[in-house]
Design a protein around this ligand. Sequence first.
Ligand code: PEP
Length: 265
Amino acid sequence: MSGSTIIPWVVGNWKMNPIQADATQLIQQFKTLLTQSTIDSDACHIGIAPTLIALDRTHQALSSAPCKVYTVAQDVSRFAGTGAYTGETSAELLVDSQIQHVLIGHSERRDLLGDSVEILKAKLHNALQAGMTIIYCVGESLEQREQGLAEQVVLQQICDIASVVNDEQWSKQVVIAYEPIWAIGTGKTASPQDAQAMHAKIREGLCQMTAHGARIALLYGGSVKPENAVELAACPDINGALVGGASLNAQSFYQIAQAFAQSKQ
Ligand code: PEP
């Protein structure tokens, strides 16, 4: 089943980059490119996920962009509301600061920062309850792919969250990002054929879980750059991109957004 009528998303994940002066310049350059462009918010949802400390000023800076650009949190606490949780930021506090979108389950958080399935479910539950839109990341390691387990691993990661997402939330608040771990920050991209094949499997799995499965945006992530964006965007079940390295260059990120906005028109 194809999700080709879905409005694409292109989200830049800045990770633990850049310093403040460079971030200010990057946003300014990106806004200038948008001023000269034909991308409109109905053709492509664009988001930028800066560090926690830069969320507020990024949100302020993007408020004057010529089209809507969402500020996306890179993470959210597993704890809800307010309270004695040193170092944590809850979904309610993000929403209170007008941040309505959040990445959950990025492989760097799963592998380096201890985000277990139980923790991810708590984060997801709290963010959904607070009304946020979640970009839920899934993806297999190289070892798992070589063992022929890629599909099983990815579908399991999606099943992991089924108990905390209701049907209405699937339809309005969840975006999935497939990011094969071996392609993140390595310069290796899954071929458009391999990425499309996995996206089709994910779509099939989602359609079994929810009546809204055919309309959930499925993003690809893993060394997306202007050189491969057009080909990836042409795949019927690839409805956008989660972009790491290339989002730190305004021109590259803009070109990727343009590739997806144009391909789905
Ligand atoms: C990411 O970390 O989400 C990512 C896809 O990174 P990169 O584009 O650098 O591979």
